[in-house]
Design a protein around this ligand. Structure first.
Ligand code: HEC
Ligand code: HEC
Ligand code: HEC
Ligand code: HEC
Ligand code: HEC
Length: 447
């Protein structure tokens, strides 16, 4: 009897929940970031022109997304190419439009074009999976009934909206569910920033040693890079105009390595902050103990990043070594990693990146086709990698009287995107991203 009654109930509930009737969200429920900025003006200014604000309109993202969609016929590959809006236009996606990347962008509600925004993150109650954006969102009902804004405080009070402490907001999972990207059909790991952090010493049980994503990225401000190798001082101030003074107010610049996109939108501050962050992420060391054999060892240490170096879209981002060895008269003996006449990093350079393959060992440029990882050479958090350079053949006549001294110059360079890929995807010289020197080392060696 009991079972007979309960089964139909379950079936109905299941039907409802799979069709999403119970919790279908509407675009009118979301409040514009500008409204939040009316009281939280500093936080708004920081977030404005951040990568999160620009996620939907980022011109590099748009060019890459267009390129991925063109010329596909495999349905599994198309499914991936169409999946971008889930993270890049999340407010539109969860309220029903766009559902795929090829949907007409002119029909997207204005509020959704502001990317990853205040009311989206502060209505998140948890995540149902730790990749491909599993955030569970429970917004209010627009400005007349703003609902509960979740945050890090137990004593925040506002006349406008209710507030509630949320442990979820104080830890890395809220970031990680988007900063872990898997191919929707093949399951290939495309971005693993959260996984890298989770396995790192920064994910420590010891509260003294534990550093979350927020612990670095939501402490950064002008002049304070807040990386693993610098201080991360509190940002004393108010979270709301005329509000109570707090020992630390979490900053919302969301700066990583990319200064190009915020800079293009007019944020010189974030361009500078990205450079600051990169310059406090790694160190270089030249070891000459094997110099008589024509060898040098160059060690790169990830001293500042809470994940691998580099992280994120590492098939596209570029971090590489540029090395020059000259003799005492300045005649070049060896060089590597010098940009060619097109501004490309030469094929044989020492580059830290990921290369995806088509499942048969052939490299692919279009991530929609990524069935396997062919190469993943990056530096773990708080760890080092040593590269051996053969700057001159071992038995070269050059040793002996002729070569008395060498000068070595090494630089660790970073660029937010491969120029070769950008030229192919967007057209030649459409995007010219700056090259940032993350670290450098010089050594004069007497032989
Ligand atoms: C009319 C002014 C006003 C507006 C508009 C406003 N807030 Fe607030 N908000 C406040 C005040 C006041 C506090 C309390 C600050 C404190 O105690 O430090 C607050 C606190 C918060 C907190 C911290 C909650 C906690 O428990 O940690 C969050 C998150 C927040 N607001 C998000 C938002 C978002 C998102 C919007 C836009 C949808 C918004 N606020 C719009 C006034 C406002
Ligand atoms: C990517 C998600 C995300 C976005 C977008 C975002 N926030 Fe936050 N915000 C957070 C997190 C996470 C915290 C708490 C960090 C912690 O405790 O470690 C926070 C903290 C806050 C606080 C409390 C600050 C304090 O220290 O008392 C306020 C207020 C706030 N946010 C308002 C806003 C407003 C206004 C916007 C839009 C201009 C915004 N947030 C956009 C994730 C976000
Ligand atoms: C809804 C998904 C989502 C959430 C949640 C999210 N991010 Fe992001 N984040 C993105 C996307 C998408 C971009 C890239 C936007 C673009 O292409 O312009 C990004 C960019 C960034 C960047 C800039 C990267 C660069 O190359 O410079 C940083 C830093 C960052 N996020 C940190 C965080 C932190 C810290 C949190 C948690 C407080 C967080 N994110 C939460 C999706 C998300
Ligand atoms: C110990 C400090 C620290 C912690 C913890 C940390 N980061 Fe970073 N992050 C950095 C530094 C330094 C950089 C700049 C170097 C680089 O690009 O990797 C960076 C860069 C980034 C970038 C841009 C990568 C690129 O080159 O495009 C993203 C995205 C990012 N972090 C997200 C996160 C997320 C998400 C977490 C938590 C899971 C996190 N970070 C934890 C220090 C940290
Ligand atoms: C699960 C969430 C998620 C999905 C889905 C997603 N992205 Fe992203 N995307 C991110 C995050 C996080 C970043 C920032 C990572 C970093 O900076 O290294 C990012 C950054 C980018 C960037 C770099 C933008 C710049 O200016 O440097 C491009 C390009 C990009 N995504 C393209 C795409 C395309 C195309 C798709 C669909 C095929 C897609 N993304 C799907 C989370 C996502």
């Amino acid at each position: 009897m009991f079972i007979k009654k309960i089964v139909p109930c379950l079936v109905i509930t299941l039907l409802y929940s799979t069709q999403g009737y119970g919790n279908k969200l509407m675009i009118e429920q979301f409040i514009s970031p500008e409204t939040c900025g009316g009281c939280h003006s500093q936080i708004y200014d920081q977030w404005q022109n951040s990568m999160h604000n620009l996620a939907h309109n980022d011109p590099v993202y748009l060019a890459v997304s267009q390129f991925f969609m063109s010329g596909l016929s495999d349905k599994d590959e198309i499914a991936e190419a169409e999946s971008c809006v889930k993270c890049h236009t999340p407010v539109g996606y969860i309220t029903g439009y766009p559902t795929k990347s090829s949907d007409d962008r002119t029909k997207i509600a204005e509020i959704a074009t502001h990317g990853i925004q205040c009311d989206y993150c502060h209505s998140a109650t948890g995540a149902d999976k730790m990749y491909n954006n599993g955030l569970i969102i429970n917004p209010g009902n627009g400005e007349d009934d703003p609902g509960i804004k979740l945050g890090p405080r137990k004593d925040a009070e506002s006349d406008f909206h209710e507030t509630k402490f949320s442990k979820f907001h104080t830890d890395s999972n809220i970031c990680g569910t988007c900063h872990n990207v898997k191919h929707v059909s093949f399951g290939t790991d495309l971005e693993t920033t959260f996984d890298e952090w989770e396995k790192s010493p920064y994910n420590s049980e010891d509260p003294e040693k534990r550093v979350t994503c927020q612990g670095c990225h939501m402490y950064q401000r002008i002049g304070i890079p807040a990386t693993g190798s610098t201080d991360r001082p509190d940002n004393k101030g108010t979270a709301v105009d005329d509000g109570p003074v707090r020992d630390h107010v979490f900053t919302h610049n969301f700066v990583g390595g990319n200064g190009f996109i915020p800079g293009r939108s007019g944020s010189d501050d974030k361009m500078k902050m990205a450079e600051d962050r990169l310059k406090n992420a790694a160190t270089l060391l030249i070891d000459d103990s094997k110099v008589k054999e024509g060898k040098l060892n160059i060690t790169i240490t990830n001293s500042g990043a809470g994940h691998k170096l580099p992280t994120g879209l590492t098939d596209f981002r570029q971090m590489w070594l540029e090395i020059t060895v000259v003799d005492g008269k300045g005649v070049e003996l060896f060089s590597s990693g010098k940009l060619d006449e097109n501004g490309y990093v030469p094929e044989n350079s020492i580059i830290f990146n990921t290369v995806y393959g088509d499942g048969k060992g052939n490299p692919v440029l279009n991530i929609a086709k990524a069935r396997e990882i062919l190469k993943d050479k990056r530096i773990l958090p708080m760890q080092s990698l040593t590269e051996e350079i053969n700057f001159v053949a071992k038995n070269s006549k050059i040793f002996g009287k002729k070569l008395e001294e060498i000068n070595v110059h090494a630089r660790l360079l970073y660029r937010s995107g491969s120029k070769k890929v950008l030229d192919q995807v967007a057209g030649k010289n459409k995007f010219i991203m700056p090259v940032v020197t993350m670290a450098e080392a010089d050594k004069t060696i007497k032989l």
